[in-house]
Ligand binder design. Structure first.
Ligand code: ZN
Length: 377
């Protein structure tokens, strides 16, 4: 099954103008092809095949008047000519009106990109002759798959890219057992089958970056004090420091995001029958100051966001447990509910059946049970 994925781009000013020019080129080629077709039809009663028009355009590009076309990817004009001949075919089949010229103001700017030359990562897309353009929503498009019919379009000044992906190819894998996932504070996630995903804050690389950030911030704060005392402007040195801090922050962020991508891909690609996660009231928890940092660091919201769309790609059902489901208070063995269970209690001890278990694993198993209870209730 082909599925279309679309993500908004965040081009810089230079890229924005290149995108506009590329779309302008596509519009020009479409109109040129349509004009040639009309003239040819008036003369001979026949239309050109699109390959003949493409050959003509290649010749035109060699003339000084049309040399400007060489600045843009060859595929833009090639596809625009194809689009024109498809529009004509649709007219003759009775599927559409006779094609009209695309006007600058009424047509949505749009152009085609060669799928083989398109590079997609979680954070940017690499476009031919335009460069790396940042995407607004990280990881929206599946990675490491083949893309079809990439189109870059603009609506109300917002650029986005859409690609078609064959998602069926993944579905012949066997379905594995359902899982519950507890998104922890100590660890990033604990799965009901016992798998544990560590918190990346404890990794060597992130620790190093964290130390570097602190050093830079200390140096920056000395600059700020001096600035206030001497009432002077922001020095060049301070500007450089601020720049460095921003770049370290970005590196830390990327480490987190990649880590979460690895985890969510691994969990979803195994195609469990379904996945249950808790509905975290992230805003409410942020008011609890002790937790605030951990929550932000763990990016629980990010985990959920990624699971939501990856489950959609792979056809896995994602169940969000009710916010009031006491996943950490219930005993996963006998169902007994503890009245008083603090967040600092790392081990779950059931006074009813004697079950002793890691609190997060206990919660993950309860989440797995959630769907069963829901069905039986
Ligand atoms: Zn129990």
């Amino acid at each position: 099954m082909m599925k279309t994925f679309k993500v908004e781009l965040a081009p810089n000013n230079k890229q924005r103008s290149l995108l506009n020019q590329a779309a302008g080129t596509a519009r020009w080629a479409y109109n040129w092809a349509l004009a040639e077709e009309k003239a040819h039809y008036a003369e001979t009663g026949e239309f050109f095949f699109d390959r003949e028009l493409r050959k003509q355009l290649t010749q035109l590009k060699k003339t000084p008047e049309f040399a400007w076309l060489n600045q843009y990817s060859n595929n833009i004009t090639k596809q625009a000519i194809k689009d024109c001949s498809i529009a004509l075919k649709n007219f003759f089949k009775g599927h559409a009106e006779f094609p009209v010229f695309k006007s600058k103001h009424k047509t949505k700017p749009s152009f085609y990109h060669d799928p083989w030359k398109l590079k997609v990562t979680a954070t940017y897309v690499q476009l031919e002759k335009i460069g790396r353009v940042r995407v607004k929503e990280q990881g929206r498009i599946p990675l490491d798959v083949s893309y079809q019919n990439p189109r870059i379009t603009c609506e109300n000044g917002r650029w986005s890219i859409s690609v078609a992906v064959d998602v069926e190819c993944e579905s012949d894998r066997g379905i594995t057992d359902p899982i519950g996932i507890d998104l922890g504070v100590k660890d990033l996630a604990i799965v009901s089958d016992g798998r544990k995903y560590k918190n990346i804050n404890k990794s060597k690389r992130v620790k190093q970056l964290g130390k570097r950030k602190k050093r830079l911030q200390r140096r920056a704060s000395r600059h700020y004090e001096r600035m206030v005392k001497d009432r002077c402007k922001k020095s060049r040195g301070l500007q450089n420091l601020e720049h460095e801090i921003r770049s370290v922050n970005k590196k830390i962020r990327d480490q987190h995001t990649n880590h979460i991508h690895q985890m969510t891909s691994e969990l979803v690609k195994a195609k469990p029958a379904y996945i249950v996660i808790e509905d975290l009231n992230v805003n409410g928890m942020l008011k609890n100051h002790k937790l605030a940092k951990a929550i932000q660091d763990n990016r629980l919201a990010e985990v959920r966001r990624q699971l939501e769309y990856k489950c959609e790609w792979y056809g896995v059902e994602l169940v969000i447990a009710d916010r009031f489901y006491p996943s950490s208070k219930l005993c996963s063995r006998c169902g007994h509910k503890k009245v008083d269970f603090k967040l600092s209690d790392r081990v779950y001890r059931c006074e009813h059946c004697g079950n002793v278990m890691d609190r997060d694993l206990n919660a993950a198993i309860n989440l797995l049970h959630y769907k069963m209870h829901e069905v039986s209730a």
